[in-house]
Write a protein of this length. Structure first.
Length: 366
């Protein structure tokens, strides 16, 4: 069935061929839910979105949801550098032997000062295999945003889908994250971050939607129909891939490109060489994600039938630049053979926090 949504006329580069790797077919997630009713037990529930760029927790506080965030990066400093900077009491850091590891947003600022590359506990959405300090740093970060569990506390933690374009799985990552959160006393379960997006944003559509979470390390994709995961997977490209490719093209560090991007970027009106290069790779990433969804959906098309049009929901830090949604609309329109009708393409109500909120909803209904 041909489907169109209102879009813009932009060309996207040719996509890479899809490798032969299976994706997960239809399986239930949890029982269908209604809008959560607030009660005192909800204070024992939490959602925790652990991404390559941000770690975000969500907790119920009366009628409101409170979020805490820390940037999922760190940098190592010598004692002399620490003395030079005179780290304040508000700076998140840990010391080990003669090295100080500065965490979060302060690490990003310091990286630009010293012209250093940031270090990441996560790479492409999972624990960095080459980072010896990754687990120690992650444990401290989780403690800062989540804290110790109340008695009987339940936390649902985000987990990426298995990538269709890389030869690794998420089993080790899930085990490490579960262990870290459990050490703070929480009863832990995991859920796909893109499926959590459906719980946060698709209540008005019977919890049905095509959900894409464009993160820093990878892009997670779920097709959810009435709380059931019809399809979920990831591609191992995201905002960091954009930064590294742009940096190579412009002769800069990825951290410098990330800073340029975060100062403000209009994907239809780039200014200067670096922004123009960023737009090229943004277009490619969006096309790459949509291409892989179409190909993987077609592999299972005989087993999946979407009886009505559903929305396409976009979230994640990589989706924040102006006109990102227009590029997604254009890519869907470009594929005249898109396999089912899309009612609308829209940005999540809170692109950075929606996944954490969806995980909180799952924890309240587990």
């Amino acid at each position: 069935m041909t489907n169109h949504v209102a879009g813009v006329n932009i060309q996207v580069t040719a996509q890479d061929p899809i490798p032969e790797k299976p994706v997960e077919a239809v399986k239930p997630v949890v029982k269908p839910i209604e809008t959560p009713k607030l009660d005192s037990n909800y204070s024992k529930c939490a959602g925790l979105d652990i991404g390559t760029m941000n770690i975000i927790s969500s907790r119920q506080n009366g009628p409101n949801v409170e979020y805490k965030r820390i940037r999922d990066v760190f940098i190592d400093l010598t004692k002399d550098q620490v003395k030079m900077l005179k780290l304040s009491g508000e700076t998140s850091y840990i010391t080990k032997d003669d090295i100080c590891y500065v965490l979060g947003d302060d690490a990003a600022t310091i990286a630009n000062i010293f012209g250093r590359q940031l270090r990441n506990p996560l790479t492409k959405g999972v624990i960095s295999p080459g980072e010896l300090e990754a687990m120690s740093v992650l444990s401290v970060m989780v403690g800062e945003v989540l804290g110790k569990s109340p008695e009987g506390g339940i936390c649902v933690v985000s987990s990426p889908g298995d990538p269709v374009d890389s030869d690794f799985d998420v089993i080790f990552h899930q085990a490490v994250i579960t262990d870290i959160v459990s050490n703070y006393g929480w009863n832990v379960t995991t859920a796909s971050e893109s499926t959590a997006l459906a719980y946060a944003e698709c209540a008005d559509n019977d919890f049905s939607g095509l959900c894409l979470s464009f993160g820093a390390g990878m892009t997670n994709i779920s097709l959810v129909f009435k709380t059931i995961e019809a399809l979920k997977f990831s591609v191992s490209r995201g905002g960091n891939w954009i930064d590294s490719q742009t940096a190579k093209s412009c002769g800069k560090l990825p951290s410098q490109i990330c800073a340029i991007k975060e100062k403000g970027l209009d994907l239809l009106n780039p200014v200067g060489r670096e922004q123009s290069a960023l737009v090229i790779f943004y277009k490619h990433l969006i096309g790459y994600a949509i291409y892989h969804f179409i190909q993987n959906f077609r592999k299972l098309q005989g087993n999946i039938e979407i009886p009505k049009e559903i929305p396409c929901i976009i979230a994640g830090g990589t989706s924040l630049p102006k006109n990102f949604i227009n590029l997604v609309k254009n890519e869907i329109n470009k594929n005249n053979g898109f396999p089912f009708p899309i009612s609308e393409v829209k940005l999540a109500s809170d692109p950075l926090n929606s996944i954490s909120r969806g995980l909180l909803i799952l924890s309240q209904n587990s």
